[in-house]
Design a protein around this ligand. Sequence first.
Ligand SMILES: CC(C)(COP(=O)(O)OP(=O)(O)OC[C@H]1O[C@@H](n2cnc3c(N)ncnc32)[C@H](O)[C@@H]1OP(=O)(O)O)[C@@H](O)C(=O)NCCC(=O)NCCS
Length: 171
Amino acid sequence: MSAGPDAFFIRSAMRSDLDAVRSLLVETWHDTYDALIGREKVTEITHSWHSVPALAARLERARSEFIVADNGGQIAGMAYAEASKDGRTVLLRQLYVLPSMQRQGIGSQLLNEIADCYPEARRVVVEVEEKNERAIAFYRAHGFWESERRADPLGHEVVVYQRAAAVWSGL
Ligand SMILES: CC(C)(COP(=O)(O)OP(=O)(O)OC[C@H]1O[C@@H](n2cnc3c(N)ncnc32)[C@H](O)[C@@H]1OP(=O)(O)O)[C@@H](O)C(=O)NCCC(=O)NCCS
């Protein structure tokens, strides 16, 4: 557990957090992706990928970390990652901070905590929608570099960013 800005603490997610995490994901997905893939598509995706049962399944997965930024009254951010079987690669599947709470260092705290959770890992990998400029600026600021481009399951071009697991970015 570590302290974040404005008394936000980074801790493991619990079953009782999932309604708040779902609300956070719905709000942040609309804010981020409506302009990129359309509001209807975002609503459809958040209904399935971010339902409470879908999130609950992630609490149980092997080699996974599901963490939240909490100040005791509000959950402002979340991250979810899974390691490969050999433990060398960490796939950061979700990193979301409420729009009103962005640019306060919470995303950096969550990313640093995920990296700390996997001391044996060699690299951290994340897929980013190619037009998601905020996220790309964030990952570049944290030492990630573009390693490949491919289509995601929805047919959108995504850019794969990666970096060495143990990097101190100073952020
Ligand atoms: C990407 C995201 C997680 C970053 O979280 P955050 O808490 O806002 O990031 P931080 O405050 O820790 O930012 C750290 C650094 O990243 C860079 N950065 C972050 N957001 C940026 C933006 N909008 N524009 C330019 N640079 C940005 C800056 O260098 C920043 O340092 P600074 O504020 O001292 O200049 C957040 O913007 C978010 O949730 N976005 C929507 C969801 C999303 O796209 N998630 C990633 C999916 S792959």
